[in-house]
Design a binder for this molecule. Structure first.
Ligand code: ADP
Length: 439
């Protein structure tokens, strides 16, 4: 650039000298000098006009004829242009590659705008929601997917929660959906996966267990009946009595196992379809405690209740009874006689929390996240024959899920456990609760 500038200054100097010499020859040196300057400026203007004209087309084949600094600027511009084109091509190629990749994935991928309209979708998504690409761009996703659970899930904007829903009831087609939110531009990435086969397998598993449990109940009842008769006949035969007593005990265990399996299968098959009604928590908890007097007395536990007035949740009475009694039974069965058990219920913000707190032996940290799995039991309770089936907490979790509730478990080994059921406070009774809390 420096040499271009000195060249440019030389050009100006030559124009001025030539003008001066011409002027001297004609007896007007100042006019000659001015003439030299004008010629230089006109040349510069002409070249600038050529450059400006070329900038409009940026046609590399028809580069303007320039010299000096302007020629240098032109060279720099064409170099930048070439670099820009190269970067553009790389970017376009990588974009095309990514689009092909996303287009070819088996999962349906949809980009939604801030009003949940489809901005872009891949081929798999077109096939899953059965819309042609041209028809689907700009379509509100609610129109393309007409399912109440999906709409509620979309409104809830719960990041991380996946949803399985029935996309088409006629063909029994099920989809799994997950959503990623881009807060900065309010766009969302919706990923859909065909879950029809998984759902079918799940239903088959559920039906199989429900049918098996149902079929086994009759023979077990017959066995229990015969065992009772046998026990009456063998009253004087001590060793045989002990055998039949053990057989009765095991039959009772099988009966409760079958009962729990049936309850769980029933809860699962109705997932998300229970009839919800506003329920007042206090009276329901009193009923749970009253329904289990023999349990409490037998183990000598101290059960106390601290329940705020007017706590309401939208739920199903049977689901709540099942969840709460399981938690109370657990607190009694898995803690030694004399242990204090507190049942607390309170409003916290827009949530209602129901807690079953015991000061029993507690549960080690590594077990906590697995407690709601079917048949998962902590080693100590497996050995100490607490009489449980290992399905109680799985039933509780499902019953709560159906009421949009959640189960939280806290426990410290040696100092007790807290099982907390968390619900959204029932909207139509919100004021009542707030007033009660103030009072
Ligand atoms: P179970 O029929 O064995 O009670 P659950 O699913 O109800 O099955 O509970 C799973 C396991 O969690 C129990 O086997 C026990 O080890 C543990 N557990 C549940 N409640 C308590 C509690 N209150 N205190 C200590 N351990 C508990």
């Amino acid at each position: 650039m420096k040499s271009q500038f000195s060249q440019e200054i030389w050009t100006l100097a030559i124009a001025l000298i030539l003008g001066l010499l011409g002027g001297l020859a004609l007896g007007h040196p100042v006019a000659g000098l001015a003439m030299g300057a004008v010629v230089y400026i006109v040349r510069l203007l002409v070249q600038m006009q050529r450059l400006d004209h070329w900038l409009l087309s940026l046609d590399r084949e028809k580069k303007p004829r320039l010299s000096g600094v302007l020629q240098h600027i032109l060279d720099r511009l064409t170099k930048l242009q070439r670099q820009h084109e190269l970067e553009n091509n790389l970017l376009r190629a990588s974009l095309a590659r990514q689009q092909t990749l996303i287009s070819d994935v088996q999962d349906g991928v949809l980009l939604l705008d801030n009003r949940n309209r489809i901005k872009w979708l891949n081929r798999a998504a077109e096939e899953l929601i059965t819309l042609g690409a041209n028809r689907s761009l700009g379509t509100p996703i609610r129109g393309a997917i007409r399912n109440a659970d999906f709409h509620a899930w979309l409104d809830s904007e719960e990041t991380g929660r996946e949803l399985r829903f029935c996309f088409d009831e006629k063909s029994n087609r099920w989809l799994d959906a997950s959503m990623t939110y881009y807060r900065e531009n309010s766009e969302k990435l919706l990923v859909l996966r065909d879950a029809t086969k998984l759902q079918e397998l799940e239903e088959m598993r559920r039906d199989f267990i429900a049918n098996l449990s149902h079929e086994l109940r009759t023979p077990v009842t017959v066995l229990v009946g015969y065992l009772e008769t046998l026990q009456m006949r063998l009253e004087s035969d001590e060793p045989s009595m002990r055998i039949t007593q053990e057989m009765s005990l095991q039959c009772d265990r099988i009966s409760s196992l079958l009962q729990d399996l049936l309850t769980l299968a029933k809860l699962e098959s109705m997932d998300g379809r229970s009839t919800q009604e506003p329920i007042q928590i206090g009276p329901l908890l009193h009923q749970v405690v009253e329904d289990a007097p023999q349990l409490a007395e037998y183990r000598d536990h101290e059960i106390s209740m601290r329940i705020q007035d007017n706590l309401w949740v939208n739920s199903s009475r049977t689901d709540l009874l099942s969840a709460f009694s399981n938690l109370l039974y657990n607190a009694v069965r898995h803690t030694p006689p004399g242990t204090a058990i507190k049942i607390k219920a309170k409003r916290k913000g827009n949530r209602v929390e129901v807690e079953f707190v015991d000061s029993g032996p507690g549960i080690a940290r590594q077990h906590l996240h697995r407690l709601t799995e079917r048949f998962y039991r902590v080693e100590s309770s497996r050995n100490s024959e607490t009489g449980g089936t290992g399905l109680g907490l799985a039933i509780t979790k499902h019953a709560l899920l159906r009421s949009q509730g959640e189960l939280e478990i806290e426990s410290v080994l040696g100092s007790g456990s807290t099982f907390r059921c968390v619900f959204k406070a029932a909207a139509e009774h919100g004021d009542e609760i707030a007033n009660a809390a103030v009072g």
